[in-house]
Ligand binder design. Structure first.
Ligand SMILES: Nc1ncnc2c1ncn2[C@@H]1O[C@H](COP(=O)(O)OP(=O)(O)O)[C@@H](O)[C@H]1O
Ligand SMILES: [Mg+2]
Length: 228
């Protein structure tokens, strides 16, 4: 077990600023997140939540400030080092699942392991374990189009953690699910982050989703206005 809130943060964000043209969309955002710690990122539409998540994952670059993931400076890495860091340390979950439609559930989950060159035999065992953990062993050979929304999000969760990242970034992961499926997905995310000591940044509009987190960061016009 990874100790919860262990000394060195998994994610450290300090003084992040992001402008689009003349418009400042992130203004002096700072926080840290330890192993197994979950933070809800809330705020109205347009407040900068997705932009912040994209900066944390190295998809977008801040104009100022620093972002480190397990000590690596995401804001300063070249594209090769950034790609490697993302493959090893970060998992991502989206509102609309983003599974590859022509690959089976098992093949979608296997992809992150292929990207970091895990040997085939070990890949098979880890994919099977991940499918089992999200309750989808019997659906391994199904294509995404043959799965319900809740099942597709379970596959996406398995894909996000099969390579054992330190950090999962989730953008409205229950936004496209009914409340029963949404509650199941939230319970699963909480359990997995506790079990594996994975830090979670969860963008959400829902109080139910914020409730699985230890803390909340509320954005207004790119500024942190409240932390709980
Ligand atoms: N690529 C972009 N170019 C210009 N403006 C953008 C871009 N992406 C986001 N924005 C603007 O940045 C602000 C924050 O957007 P976003 O991070 O998507 O907010 P949220 O996820 O909280 O709804 C919005 O005003 C949005 O229009
Ligand atoms: Mg958004």
């Amino acid at each position: 077990m990874v100790p919860v809130h262990s000394q060195s943060p998994v994610l450290a964000v300090a003084g992040v600023i992001k402008n689009y043209g003349a418009r400042r969309v992130l203004d002096d955002v700072s926080f840290t997140l330890g192993a197994g710690e979950r933070v809800a990122l809330t705020g109205p539409s347009g407040s900068g939540k997705t932009t912040l998540l994209n900066c944390l994952g190295g998809v977008d670059r801040p104009d100022a400030g620093t972002i480190t993931v397990r000590g690596a400076p995401v804001h300063a890495l070249d594209s090769l080092a950034l790609a490697r860091l993302r493959r090893v340390e970060i998992g991502t979950i989206f509102q609309f699942f983003h599974l590859l439609p022509t690959l089976t559930a098992a093949e979608n989950i296997e992809l992150p392991l292929q990207l970091i060159a895990v040997p085939a035999a070990e890949r098979g065992a880890r994919v099977a374990a991940a499918l089992d953990r999200v309750g989808l062993s019997s659906r391994a050979a199904a294509l995404p189009g043959q799965l319900s929304g809740g099942e597709q999000q379970r596959v996406a969760i398995a894909r996000a953690l099969v390579h054992r990242p330190g950090l999962i970034l989730a953008d409205e992961p229950t936004g496209n699910l009914d409340s029963a499926n949404g509650a199941n997905i939230l319970a699963l995310l909480r359990e997995l982050s506790d079990e594996m000591g994975i830090a979670l940044v969860l963008v959400t509009h829902s109080e139910e989703a914020a409730a699985i987190c230890h803390r909340r960061i509320n954005l207004r016009d790119g500024r942190m206005v409240m932390q709980g």
